[in-house]
Design a protein around this ligand. Structure first.
Ligand SMILES: [Zn+2]
Length: 292
């Protein structure tokens, strides 16, 4: 695209129109995302979550996906923000921060009443993202705490988090306990050792009860022998086997896995190997609702 022929005034006028169009499109995108979540289309298409859908299908960065999903949920919970997002008074980033703040308050049982939430949004509308962040952090500092992992090399991940003083004391105690083996152990080495120990403990537990912490179908799970459960787990290589019938896209999630009867027990399905598969909790629930 060559814009050299445009006058300065035409260039800035066109840019203004494009920004307005971008905001309108952003709002439209949020509405589409909301409808996809309502229909749970992302699950049907073979993704374990909306986040998984946006990052894998559309190559959004983790931050961009998180921002859009949070802004969509603010719009879903408070449709009154629609005009503010469309006019640009609320950026996607600001909407995301506000949603995060409202959810934190809700979790700590200090949920804002509708009127208070709308007053807060009115007071933040038109302010810069930095100012919105600051005002929300003044209300509750937890809102500023980010926890994230991002790739910084072919086999290196940067892990960023804020830990409590209590956890820090525990880590220091562990370092002291291991100091006879490694006098100057770094956090990286400590984390590596802790991960090895935890996997040794919990992977074995998984082999005894592969359906994980909160099995959805305990009664049926109990009917399966340990060796059969292990077989299913190994066949699936520890990943969700949900596959979209048309695109053949497989979920592959390793989160909250459960053994599922392909043909349900209550419809006469057997406990045979060929009738068992590993599903993530989301796809197990999705399949369950589909069958009712
Ligand atoms: Zn899945």
């Amino acid at each position: 695209m060559n814009l050299k022929h445009l006058s300065n005034q035409d260039l800035t006028s066109k840019l203004k129109l494009l920004v307005q169009e971008e905001r309108r499109l952003n709002l439209e995108l949020l509405h589409h995302l909301k409808e996809i979540e309502i229909r749970r289309l992302h699950l049907q298409l073979g993704y374990s979550s909306l986040f998984d859908y946006l990052t894998r299908e559309f190559s959004y960065s983790e931050d961009a996906a998180y921002q859009r999903i949070s802004a969509m949920r603010l719009l879903r919970d408070l449709p009154q923000v629609e005009k503010k997002i469309e006019s640009g008074e609320l950026s996607l980033t600001a909407a995301c921060k506000i949603q995060k703040y409202l959810q934190i308050e809700k979790k700590s049982e200090k949920a804002l009443a509708l009127v208070q939430a709308l007053e807060l949004i009115d007071s933040l509308a038109g302010k810069s993202t930095r100012q919105v962040e600051k005002e929300l952090a003044d209300r509750n500092p937890i809102v500023e705490i980010h926890e994230r992992a991002r790739a910084v090399g072919p086999d290196q991940i940067e892990l960023k988090m804020i830990i409590s003083e209590e956890t820090n004391i525990k880590l220091q105690r562990l370092k002291n306990l291991l100091s006879h083996k490694k006098p100057k152990m770094s956090y990286v080495e400590l984390l590596g050792q802790m991960a090895d120990l935890a996997l040794e403990k919990w992977d074995k537990a998984k082999q005894r009860n592969v359906s994980g912490g909160a099995p959805q179908k305990p009664a049926l799970g109990k009917a399966l022998s340990r060796s059969l459960q292990r077989h299913v787990w190994q066949q699936a290589q520890g990943r969700c086997q949900y596959r979209h019938p048309q695109s053949k896209k497989t979920c592959g999630s390793q989160f909250q896995l459960q053994i599922d009867h392909i043909h349900p027990r209550f419809h006469g399905g057997s406990n045979g190997k060929d009738n068992l598969q590993l599903l993530c909790a989301q796809h197990n629930r999705f399949k369950g609702v589909d069958l009712i």
